[in-house]
Design a binder for this molecule. Structure first.
Ligand SMILES: [Zn+2]
Length: 312
């Protein structure tokens, strides 16, 4: 089966710049979908280069699969109910979630309606509800969305963020946690999210740091012979934000008071000394890194957390 081809991406999705330079390539290996989505699997063996913008530092794919719904099919995973339940009950992202809620508190945001885009199993909206917000979620995967809604008693809309009509309601805070790196051409989405904010409301975005993740993969490749750096295989991460590119993105959709800081790490369940020590190290690097000026630009900042406000 031949695939549906590619469409070139010729300008920077963040700043419109055309000075794009090849940095690294991503391999497509989608054989796992050959029964479920053969038209997706047909892209197996192709390579997509990622190019960095000379103006703003954002890095993005040189071309995208032309197959309509490519990314919907890519994320059409059939999670097991047990796994979804575990995702709700596990606390490995709680330091991220509580840091976001504390960041909103520090900005004296009135605790009204909060929308979590990419709500997954619903743990964040559950914690936000406990902290006094009126949360709801959007979740692409229908099974995960219905679990999240049943488990939390909160509204979780089973829709694609591209299709959702946000204009009906407004929110005092909207969160995109581990979402924006997956959405090609992210600024139109950010602009629609901004439209759904009340004046004075806040957007919170957590994404991997493009430059720091690249440094980490290069170091790994140096330490382990034969290791191939993987930054974007299967186009799972299409947007690689530097701190500057994140600030530019927020500015371009009219947000202000933008800050970018190091995001807290995930802390996987620790069942033995080694994994407890590893979590302690992650936490120490994060807490230490926060204190260093300019640390958001160092390899310590593997993930970025940005806040931006809609003008009143
Ligand atoms: Zn750019």
């Amino acid at each position: 089966m031949t695939h549906a081809g590619f469409a070139d991406v010729v300008t920077c999705w963040v700043c419109g710049g055309r000075e794009l330079r090849r940095e690294y390539d991503a391999l497509l290996d989608l054989n796992v979908y050959r029964d479920q989505h053969p038209e997706l699997a047909a892209y197996t063996g192709e390579t997509v280069w990622f190019r960095k913008c000379g103006t703003c530092g954002f890095t993005q794919p040189e071309r995208l699969p032309a197959l309509p719904g490519f990314f919907d099919r890519l994320y059409d995973q059939l999670w097991s109910p047990d796994w979804v339940q575990q995702e709700f009950e596990s606390d490995y992202k709680d330091l991220i979630f509580t840091t976001i809620l504390a960041g909103l508190d520090r900005r004296s945001v009135v605790k009204g309606r909060l929308l979590d885009i990419g709500a997954h199993a619903g743990r964040f909206i559950h914690l936000a509800h406990g902290a006094g917000w009126m949360p709801e979620g959007i979740e692409l995967n229908p099974r995960t969305a219905s679990y999240a809604s049943a488990r939390t008693g909160l509204p979780v809309h089973p829709v694609n963020v591209e299709q959702v009509q946000l204009s009906g309601r407004t929110y005092s805070a909207i969160t995109l946690i581990d979402v924006l790196e997956h959405v090609p051409d992210p600024l139109p989405l950010l602009a629609r999210v901004g439209d759904a904010l009340q004046p004075g409301g806040w957007i919170v975005v957590k994404v991997p740091s493009g430059p720091a993740q690249r440094q980490k993969e290069r170091t790994r490749a140096r330490l382990h012979r034969g290791y191939r750096p993987r930054l974007a295989d299967n186009l799972v991460h299409v947007n690689h934000f530097s701190p500057a590119a994140l600030v530019t993105s927020f500015e371009r959709v009219g947000l202000r008071a933008t800050t970018v800081e190091i995001a807290p790490p995930e802390l996987p369940p620790a069942h033995n000394f080694g994994s407890r020590a590893s979590n302690l190290l992650r936490r120490s690097l994060y807490l230490g890194g926060r204190l260093l000026p300019g640390s958001v630009h160092t390899p310590l900042a593997l993930n970025l957390l940005a806040f931006g406000q809609k003008p009143s």
